[in-house]
Design a protein around this ligand. Structure first.
Ligand SMILES: Nc1ncnc2c1ncn2[C@@H]1O[C@H](COP(=O)(O)OP(=O)(O)OP(=O)(O)O)[C@@H](O)[C@H]1O
Length: 723
């Protein structure tokens, strides 16, 4: 950025002019408050701290260097116990769903003001945000949607100092109309400068008008005297036009304030998620006239990007990998330089000819996304953030403690207050929501941290109560809301089940060889039953696993695991066979290879041994190469899907037993059988007794599970049939 003050403006003239009108009087008083300097004098100031790039740093060194003024969540008092105003029954807190909170409704709960105090769980991320705000470091947050990434980024902007905020003005450059000048002034000063310039322009225009009318009067007077009226009117018109035309030059003196932080109460927060290049990096609008005096001066066409608006604040970019590579590269330059010129983004627009002086963009970046976002983002940009900041993974669940439950009650109060129209929740309505948070966590003694969907439930329940003009939202409203706020995946899953019922594809009667009811999860919270069929045929050449579509890889992996067991416990040579696997009516969604591996194994063994599988049984679990059934995710939703589909028995991994939190209505519909190894699975799923010394019979020698023995892969029993 150049420091030259060759801006075509009238500061010197303006400061010398005495204040004649009320506005200018007020303005003068303002100027006095600001330290006796007129805004027009101030505008020449450059704030060169923008040229101060963040020096390279090692996050590790932060904790090692004994820098004990780094504030933690506790130091900031942000880990506050919920509402000190509310009494807590400590003795019964453990057993109480509200953690002992003595409230009748959420109206009794006080909501903390600062966003950072409203964040529940995510302690590590909060700690990092606080440190990063202090050190002005970038942060990358990776995790599931709705777990508080943008909330934390906003919270960070509230923690950044406000004193540094600046306004940014763009000026006409008389030497080169396509290279507007850029000046920064302290926040709030920009408006004064603009006002002073407008006032100056107004005065100039007034003087010019007076001069113009005097000249016109002289011409008209002369014309009357010489009786050449027509010539006089013509001359007066020309004078008028000349004045009109040249007055545009006076207006061009007024700078364009592209960043106005005058009213900003915290450091700026800019969400640039999904922004196109112009919105992110700034743009210069197209001018259809371009020349001939009709054009809009280029400095007036300059538009700031999010990187400029977030100067001294936070730039939040979710799903950063969706930005195209060129934009990511430019973003990287902006991070590195702390300033970035604005130019027209569209090559064919007249805006592309304009390029401003560098505009400050000294922001802290919070890049967010899921794991895919991290993998697909520009490696250099990732390194930039890594080298200059922190990376944090967002938690999905948190341990269920009385303190946490109290915070969840506070979350309901937070959401009600944020919405502003919802009726507060009664105690039992909050209890139902906390139960739902437990259920959605999918883990014993945990609560989900997927607050966006939980907040959705609060809003739907509140809307139901509001539509019935009730004072409070009750438990019944929450139950009704659960039915209504089904996700797209849930609706799809229910639709699948309905359609299958039409074709009687759901649960087949009795036993079928090689057909097993597998279970999968769609989206975050919907289970679905997906039958798997296996057929074994002699191979034409080398035996292979044949499966259709994208599920081929997953079928191959599952068959590989089971083939190790088959090799070990039987004389069957799978390399002489073609194994056909079909996932009946499955799309790719939600089918996770690992959790289907006991299903594929059971189907293959059933087909190989010609033993039918009980079609009222459904199963989920991951198979180890030594026959252990290992834990999988989403068991609760899977069990519910099996129950909805009409199965009586569901096999789940023993290690998942503690995660089951199914709704009462389903509990009566199905028997849940936890299994630790493939032998136990076959015992439940296969119909009839296996023949002596057959594969299934030999597999009975596997007992217990690796998990029981504390080491993955251990099985007991000797190998009856080494190959
Ligand atoms: N940890 C949390 N504590 C309290 N409320 C939360 C938390 N996480 C999310 N919320 C609530 O959920 C809403 C959505 O969260 P937020 O937008 O921060 O999620 P996100 O992780 O940025 O998701 P996405 O990546 O989909 O944008 C917030 O406005 C807030 O009401």
């Amino acid at each position: 950025m150049s420091n030259d003050t060759n801006v075509d403006d009238p500061p010197e003239d303006a400061t010398g002019t005495p204040a004649r009108e009320d506005e200018s009087h007020e303005q003068t008083q303002d100027q006095e408050r600001q330290g006796d300097r007129s805004p027009l004098e101030e505008e020449g100031d450059r704030h060169d701290d923008v040229d101060d790039p963040i020096e390279e740093f090692d996050p590790e060194s932060v904790s090692d260097d004994g820098d004990d003024d780094i504030e933690t969540v506790e130091d900031l008092g942000s880990d506050v116990e919920v509402d000190p105003g509310v009494e807590v029954d400590e003795e019964n807190a453990e057993d109480d769903l509200l953690g002992g909170l003595k409230i009748d409704t959420t109206e009794d709960i006080e909501v903390p003001d600062r966003l950072v105090d409203q964040v529940i769980g995510q302690d590590e991320a909060r700690d990092i945000i606080i440190k990063a705000a202090k050190q002005r470091r970038h942060v990358m947050m990776i995790g599931s949607p709705g777990t508080g990434k943008s909330m934390l980024a906003k919270a960070m902007s509230q923690l950044l100092p406000q004193e540094d905020l600046q306004d940014v003005l763009v000026y006409h450059n008389p030497d080169d109309g396509n290279a507007p000048k850029v000046r920064t002034v302290p926040a709030g000063k920009g408006e004064q400068i603009i006002d002073a310039h407008k006032e100056e322009a107004r005065k100039r225009n007034q003087m010019r008008s007076i001069l113009m009318w005097i000249i016109i009067a002289i011409i008209v007077g002369y014309a009357i005297l010489t009786a050449s009226i027509l010539l006089g009117i013509l001359a007066a018109g020309i004078v008028w036009l000349i004045f009109r035309y040249t007055s545009r030059g006076t207006d061009a003196m007024v700078p364009n304030m592209i960043v106005d932080n005058g009213d900003q109460r915290t450091a700026p927060f800019e969400d640039a998620t999904g922004a196109h290049a112009g919105a992110l990096l700034g743009d210069v609008r197209h001018d259809p006239f371009q020349s001939g005096g009709m054009e809009t001066p280029s400095h007036d066409r300059v538009e700031p990007g999010s990187i400029h608006k977030s100067n001294k604040g936070v730039l939040f970019v979710d799903e950063i990998n969706t930005l195209d590579v060129r934009t990511q590269q430019k973003l990287m330059t902006a991070i590195q330089e702390g300033e970035f010129s604005i130019t027209g983004q569209s090559e064919r627009s007249s805006g592309a000819m304009v390029q401003t002086e560098p505009v400050p963009c000294d922001f802290v970046m919070i890049a967010a996304g899921n794991l895919d976002a991290m993998e697909n983002m520009h490696p250099a940009l990732r390194n930039r953030i890594k080298g200059y900041g922190y990376e944090v993974y967002m938690e999905d669940t948190i341990e269920d403690t009385p303190e946490m439950r109290r915070k969840y009650a506070r979350f309901v109060a937070q959401e009600v207050e944020r919405d502003g129209r919802l009726p507060h929740f009664t105690r039992d309505a909050v209890e139902e929501l906390i139960l739902e948070a437990k259920r959605r966590s999918g883990r014993k003694n945990h609560l989900t941290l997927h607050f966006r969907t939980l907040g959705g439930l609060v809003r739907v329940a509140g809307d139901i109560a509001r539509s019935e003009d009730r004072e409070f939202t009750t438990r019944e409203d929450v139950l009704q809301a659960k039915g209504r706020s089904r996700s797209i995946e849930q609706q799809l899953a229910d639709d699948y089940i309905e359609r299958r019922k039409d074709y009687e594809l759901q649960v087949a009667e009795g036993g079928v060889e090689g057909r097993v009811n597998g279970l999968a999860v769609m989206g975050e919270d919907s289970g679905i039953m997906l039958p798997v069929m296996a057929e074994i045929a002699p191979a034409q050449g080398q035996g292979q696993v044949i499966a259709t579509g994208q599920l081929k890889e997953m079928a191959e992996e599952s068959v590989q695991n089971v083939s190790a067991i088959i090799k070990k416990f039987s004389d069957v040579n799978l390399s002489e066979k073609d194994i056909h696997i079909q996932f009946v009516q499955a799309g790719q969604q939600g089918v996770d290879g690992d959790s289907a591996s006991i299903t594929v194994a059971t189907a293959v063994i059933s087909a190989l041994e010609d033993i039918p599988v009980d079609q009222t049984v459904a199963m989920t679990g991951s198979l180890s190469v030594r026959g252990d059934v290992l834990p999988v995710g989403g068991v609760t939703h899977k069990i519910e899907a099996a129950a909805k589909a009409g199965c009586d028995t569901v096999i789940i991994p023993k290690a998942n037993e503690q995660d089951v939190m199914i709704e009462d209505e389903y509990e009566e519909m199905v028997d849940i059988v936890p299994c630790s190894n493939i032998s136990e699975v076959l015992d439940v799923a296969l119909m009839g007794e296996p023949k002596k010394d057959s594969l299934v019979d030999r597999l009975k020698s596997i007992t217990g599970s690796a998990l029981d023995h504390g080491a993955v892969g251990s099985t007991s029993g000797s190998n009856p049939s080494p190959q």
